[in-house]
Design a protein around this ligand. Structure first.
Ligand SMILES: Cc1cc2nc3c(=O)[nH]c(=O)nc-3n(C[C@H](O)[C@H](O)[C@H](O)COP(=O)(O)O)c2cc1C
Length: 542
């Protein structure tokens, strides 16, 4: 275990960006080997999904309170809606002579290393037998990779809640490393966290629960999904299995049947994965950290922590969930002048903290391990400065001791009870925020931007090196929450994987690797590029 932690530490250190020295990447992009963002399994039986979306679906705010949405029955219609709202295309874009697609889930560089799978029992009118199927977002259909004998499926689901399905997420590293080289292991897992959150929100819209199935090993995830034999094409690395419970709330399950998992691994595969590029560059450091971060099969017990609910009810706005999900975009630019009301700012931050009864964040079994260092630029009624949102109140003192002792730790005006926000520094942070985010103006031209500070050493000491990708999933989930929350108040967000790690640590006074900056995000009033036109995600769609 110690060597694995050392490998992760080393990887994290050498993949930091510094102002004069970026993490090792390919230098120039080789467009001739750009990987295809869409994988298909030639010869696999196909299951068509409907393109029709329920526009009169649930309200956006309804997904934030347990029990607000009646569970939908599992059928072709709801499965179609589920994929449309999670991993499907959201639009095609066109400019000059080129066109590119966008998806419901964002991805660093729009490279989309994440692939999705459905593991389900027989569904009336849709599939006659249990199966593992790969989701093809461009065509919006499922490709069956394995038929599961019903008796084996029965044994598989005995330990799971009644009617449960699984969603598998995997990553094709080469799609991201083609552009980002060694740092891309981080991006791949931030992307996976965004996809995981997208799945969570789509399920919530159908009244279904979702939680991480955490008591199996990464190798077992690969076996269940049938991705262990790349057969000469770009390999897919197993990420996670999410338990989806159409009956309602999802609770992590205990226990596992190793015999059933071994039998699943021997099922014949259907379809043959296509090749995504003519050749590829190996990044051994990335594969080393991936190997060191594989989860073993034991099931840790995590302490849970919930913020006490302030009792303040969040407003139920007239916003359709699916409109928000499908209109989500990354801001290309911000206007550099618009502000936002303080109440909206606090409302957004509250949504990033798990409260008793708030469902979307309950997907992970562990207490929050990521805290938000927020650069406030333009929030009406709140002074510019550096703030910290402590997402697990039990870590307040540790964070205080780990950071610059001269920080103010003052309570911001009007801050709701139960929101662990403190002010660390007062003053204009725009230049600093921009410099730290690889000099990207979007970090200073919005209303606020932030850095996600993870409790890295403690997570690895308590559980193992395999928490490294999981911390990135937590950051990706927070990013997805902020993307949707920004849309809900008429603003726009953007994830930022490019930042100078140690400049942020210096600003916070963090020494050593106890707490590490894993992701940045920015929110503001977006300015669109008039040269880019938008086309529907699918033919005959809107
Ligand atoms: C993990 C991650 C890192 C990102 N990093 C940056 C960044 O540093 N700068 C930037 O302008 N956009 C960044 N983005 C935004 C992506 O470029 C954007 O998601 C992608 O182009 C797809 O567009 P969409 O989000 O509108 O669907 C990032 C997105 C993700 C998910």
């Amino acid at each position: 275990m110690r060597e694995h932690i050392e490998t992760v530490r080393h990887y994290h250190e050498v993949t930091k960006h510094h102002p004069r020295h970026y993490a090792r990447g390919p230098g120039q992009l080789d467009w001739s080997t750009q990987p295809d963002p869409f994988r298909r399994y030639a010869g696999a039986p196909l299951y068509k999904l409907e393109l029709h979306s329920d526009t009169d679906g649930p309200g956006y705010d309804a997904i934030w309170t347990r029990g607000q949405i009646q569970p939908s029955p599992v059928d072709q219609h709801s499965i179609s809606q589920f994929f449309l709202d999670s991993l499907a295309l959201s639009a095609w874009k066109q400019a000059g002579g080129s066109s590119w697609s966008l998806r419901v889930n964002p991805s660093a560089g729009n490279l989309h290393p994440t692939e999705g799978y459905l593991v389900c029992g027989a569904i009336d009118g849709f599939c006659n037998e249990p199966m593992v199927a790969h989701y093809a977002p461009k065509e919006h259909l499922l490709e069956r990779r394995m038929a599961i004998p019903p008796a084996l499926w029965q044994r598989f689901i005995t330990s799971l809640p009644h009617g449960a399905m699984l969603i598998g997420l995997t990553s094709i590293h080469w799609r991201s490393s083609w552009k980002y080289g060694e740092r891309s292991y981080r991006y791949v897992h931030l992307d996976l966290g965004h996809a995981l959150a997208a799945v969570r929100f789509a399920a919530a819209g159908l009244g279904w629960g979702t939680c991480l199935l955490d008591q199996i090993s990464t190798m077992e995830v690969a076996q269940i999904l049938g991705i262990t034999d790349p057969a000469g094409v770009e390999p897919e690395a197993a990420g996670c299995l999410l338990l989806v419970t159409p009956g309602g709330a999802c609770h992590p399950v205990q226990g596992r049947d190793g015999g059933v998992l071994a039998e699943m691994a021997t099922l014949p595969r259907e379809g043959r994965a296509d090749r995504l590029s003519s050749s590829r560059v190996e990044w051994p450091l990335m594969e080393e950290v991936a190997e060191a971060s594989l989860k073993p099969s034991d099931c840790p017990s995590y302490p849970r922590s919930m913020h006490p609910d302030s009792g303040a009810t969040m407003p139920m706005r007239n916003l359709a969930l699916r409109t928000i999900i499908h209109q989500r975009r990354s801001a290309l630019d911000f206007d550099g002048s618009s502000g936002m009301p303080r109440s909206s700012f606090y409302g957004m931050l509250r949504r990033t903290v798990p409260h008793a009864g708030s469902t979307p964040l309950a997907v992970f079994p562990w207490a929050p391990m990521v805290h938000l260092a927020v650069f406030v630029h333009r929030v009406e009624g709140l002074g510019s400065g550096l703030y910290l949102l402590v997402r697990d109140p039990n870590q307040h003192q540790r964070l205080r001791l780990a950071m610059n002792l001269a920080f103010e730790w003052g309570r911001p005006p009007g801050c709701p009870d139960g929101l662990g926000l403190v002010q660390l520094l007062t003053g204009d942070m725009r230049k600093l925020a921009m410099q730290i985010a690889c000099v990207q103006a979007s970090a200073s031209d919005g209303c606020f931007s932030l850095a996600m500070i993870a409790d890295l050493e403690k997570a690895m000491d308590n559980y193992g090196a395999w928490m490294y990708p999981r911390l990135h999933w937590e950051c990706g989930l927070l990013g997805q929450v902020l993307y949707l929350e920004a849309e809900a108040v008429g603003l726009r967000g953007c994830g930022m994987g490019c930042y100078y790690d140690d400049l942020m640590h210096e600003l916070l006074g963090i020494k050593g690797s106890e707490f590490q900056d894993l992701y940045h995000f920015t929110v503001g009033r977006a300015v669109d590029d008039p040269r880019i036109t938008t086309l529907p995600a699918y033919p005959n769609d809107g």
